[in-house]
Design a protein around this ligand. Structure first.
Ligand SMILES: Nc1ncnc2c1ncn2[C@@H]1O[C@H](COP(=O)(O)OP(=O)(O)OP(=O)(O)O)[C@@H](O)[C@H]1O
Ligand SMILES: [Mg+2]
Length: 452
């Protein structure tokens, strides 16, 4: 039986009934791990971004999340399930007395073959349905704003999806993403690599040709393309040879957040403490903290069994107040709030040499000053993987750093100074170009759509 959470519900479709159907592909959609944006290339050649209200402001970055809540049925009837996506999802989650399910970073699950979906209250929902629900809301709102019934789009995909070990994995993830678009009411879509899309956007700023390296760092993936761009290339018509090479690695901002949890939050919740079992002294098990690192899965930890196990450990713990804090966090599903604190610290460290981590909820207080240098130590392994990926691209394409005219860094995670540092040290600070961190891919996809 369809409920209000189906990807394309008839009631929502009515919002855009009667709008003209545009047969041309002039819409670009960047479905990101963290944020989704949608841009249109207008008939007068201008680019327009859909804006979404959030906390009294308009933002082009629609959070790629869903929130489900269940209300008891009237007079003993079946309960009803409600869901919201994007900013409305966050608002309802924060306003709820007893929390439902908040689901995020869905794009990172597309390669996981044994994860078809997840049980949400009494119904199992596939990953495609969940993504489709987000895309449907974005499509309908953008249709309303642009004044056209959006059914076709050029959509982005990373060079390699999170967790992809082979071309087959990437194809599998792309097929699932295409299915999600179809469930969301799209008739046709064309895929373009996200960094290549960003190159299209960057190209509009140029009055001469360049060989550019694009680095797009998001929530889930870091993607690179080496592309020849510029006015004369556009005039003569682009060829396959203009795309010199691509590379990508399935880690970015979410992986940085996990390291902040591992090094700062988990120790405050007892990860490095001990408990007594019989006459032995044992270290705290790792599993509750692994769940915390994938913070958006925190709600999966909240089962009676987990709480009971932790209560038993707490009774024997050498520092029971820390385990108590961990139980509190899980019981009250404070994953979103915790992650907000993590992101606030990370963002602050992008512009300051040190910043305070602060998480306060009732009696649970975690406060710590963190130096940027410490954060950089915590993410050293991830930075190494990113650097190796860039070097690998240069080697495989036989392009020397001196041959690259400019490096365009985009995506939210490109704001991390250590990420920029990887490029400054290889190409020189003078070659680095930045801007449009959250929308360059969507804008480029719309330009690409216009070029079809
Ligand atoms: N000021 C900042 N400093 C550091 N990181 C930031 C900053 N602002 C946002 N981020 C991070 O940027 C990421 C989101 O960036 P973006 O919107 O480009 O990703 P996405 O497109 O959703 O993901 P992907 O491209 O991997 O699918 C998040 O991890 C967020 O924490
Ligand atoms: Mg992105």
């Amino acid at each position: 039986m369809p409920d209000s959470c189906d990807a394309a519900s008839a009631a929502k479709e009515r919002i855009i009934e009667g709008l003209p159907l545009r047969s041309t592909h002039h819409i670009g959609i960047d479905f990101g791990t963290t944020n989704t944006s949608i841009a249109g290339l207008m008939p007068d050649g201008s680019l327009q971004l859909a804006g979404f209200p959030f906390l009294g402001q308009l933002t082009a970055a629609y959070r790629s999340l869903l929130y489900f809540e269940q209300a008891p049925g009237k007079a003993g009837g079946l309960p009803s399930t409600f869901c919201w996506t994007g900013p409305a999802g966050i608002e309802h989650y924060l306003a709820a007395d007893s929390r439902g399910r908040l689901i995020q970073s869905l794009k990172s699950f597309l390669t996981t073959r044994n994860l078809e979906g997840t049980q949400i209250f009494e119904r199992k929902r596939t990953i495609e349905e969940l993504i489709g629900r987000i895309l449907s809301d974005v499509r309908l709102e953008a249709s309303r704003q642009f004044g056209l019934d959006i059914r076709h789009a050029t959509v982005g995909r990373p060079v390699h999806f999170v967790g992809a070990d082979s071309v087959a994995d990437d194809n599998y993830a792309e097929d699932r993403l295409a299915d999600a678009f179809s469930l969301a009411g799209f008739d046709t879509i064309a895929f373009e690599l996200e960094p290549v899309a960003a190159a299209y956007q960057y190209e509009t700023t140029l009055d001469h040709d360049e060989l550019i390296l694009i680095g797009d760092f998001g929530g889930g993936t870091s993607d690179f393309s080496l592309v020849n761009v510029g006015p004369s290339i556009r005039r003569r018509g682009r060829t396959d040879a203009d795309l010199v090479g691509n590379a990508g690695v399935g880690l970015a901002g979410d992986a940085f957040d996990a390291q902040i949890v591992r090094h700062l939050v988990s120790p405050a919740l007892g990860s490095k403490t001990w408990y007594r079992s019989m006459d032995k002294r044992l270290p705290m098990p790792a599993w509750p903290y692994a769940g915390l690192e994938r913070w958006h899965q925190l709600s999966f930890l909240k089962t009676n069994e987990v709480i009971e196990q932790l209560e038993v450990i707490k009774a024997q713990a050498l520092e029971p107040q820390m385990i108590d804090a961990l139980i509190y966090l899980i019981k009250y599903e404070l994953g979103y709030q915790l992650h907000q604190s993590v992101q606030k610290l990370k963002n602050a460290l992008s512009s300051a040499e040190e910043a305070e981590f602060e998480f306060v909820d009732g009696e649970l207080v975690i406060r710590e000053i963190v130096k940027r240098a410490d954060f950089e130590d915590w993410i050293a392994r991830e930075l190494g993987s990113i650097a190796r990926c860039v070097d690998g691209l240069l080697t495989s394409t036989r392009v020397a750093p001196a041959d690259v005219d400019a490096v365009f860094l985009t995506g939210g995670t490109s704001l991390v100074p250590a990420v920029r540092g990887i490029f400054e040290s290889r190409f020189g600070a003078g070659k680095i170009r930045t801007g449009n961190e959250f929308v360059s891919v969507a804008l480029g996809l719309a330009l690409r759509a216009g070029a079809h």
